[in-house]
Design a protein around this ligand. Sequence first.
Ligand code: PLP
Length: 373
Amino acid sequence: MKRVYNFSAGPSCLPEEVLKECAAEMLDYQGTGQSVMEMSHRSKAYEPIIQDAEAMVRKLMNVPDNYKVLFLQGGASTQFAMVAENLGVKKGKAAYINTGVWSKKAIAEAKKLGVQVDVIATSEDKNFSYIPRVEKITGDYDYVYICFNNTIMGTHYEYIPDTGNIPLVADISSCVLSEPLDVTKFGVLFAGAQKNLAPAGVTLVIIREDLIPEECRPGTPTMLMYKTHAENGSMYNTPPCYTIYVLGKVLHWVEKNGGAEGMGKRNHEKADYLYNFLDNSDFYHATTEKGSRSLMNVPFLTKYSTGATDDASVAKEKEINDKFVKEATAAGLVNLKGHRLVGGMRASIYNAMGLDGVKALVDFMKKFADENK
Ligand SMILES: *Cc1c(COP(=O)(O)O)cnc(C)c1O
């Protein structure tokens, strides 16, 4: 068996230890004679699994008692609607910061549901290569919405906007538990699990209890009300049982490796290694501005990405990018193709990726640069 270094933006690599544990328990979970996949979510064996997962989220993220921790389905994308349906009620008005695709989708969904959206800042002027600095936000808003780490653009907030009494909502799908985060600064945090927590299928939602409304916007389906899930311990309907089980194991792995602080240290080391290399290279460059760079998603271009649109330049750029991805794959470094909105390559270096993987990538990049000068 040969494992690769997997730089996928999501679903992404999981700690090998966790996969091994899952494999060992696949046919017989702790003497039950069943796989966790086959169990009733209301069984004696399963209950402690979801309870432990919640306890681990609370412990590792330091979640205060007045917040609910929910395990939902529908991905982070369903949260774009749930946030608007549940929070956009009193004034029917919300402020959004637009930092690229994921916030654009959230904006579109809120508008579709009839919430009046003010886009109070955007980084569209420079193809979303930076995070706008909006330190203080005031206004007649039900909530303020940000995407804390833009997975596609490779940008990340290095500050938390001060919204005073207005609840701050953040999509932390691609940076959850990548470093310590002060939950008390937020009203709602949510994350699709498939980047940093688990396989696809579960969405983690952390919501301050007083923000869970009795009444949502008119016509909100039962399944899209936070209340439904908060009152039923995420068991109103069948939760994604197996994914939650893996999530629990990943969180124990995170704890063993130093918790959020340990992850932060490890992730800064990895990201610094890669960005330092990019910033000192005359062949590659990072696409994001310093001060806005993601620890988790690192898009980069080669010197052949000149911005020129003539056929020969475009063909050369494509040839080099394709060659890079093909040769990297052959070297056991997979899923490095960039997102079409940025081009070039993207290395996603989530919690489960070790420094060894980043070093292997940089070694390959050096060799590739030498051969393609
Ligand atoms: C991946 C991602 C999403 C979409 O998640 P789904 O679970 O596929 O709906 C939303 N926001 C961010 C920041 C992401 O990285």
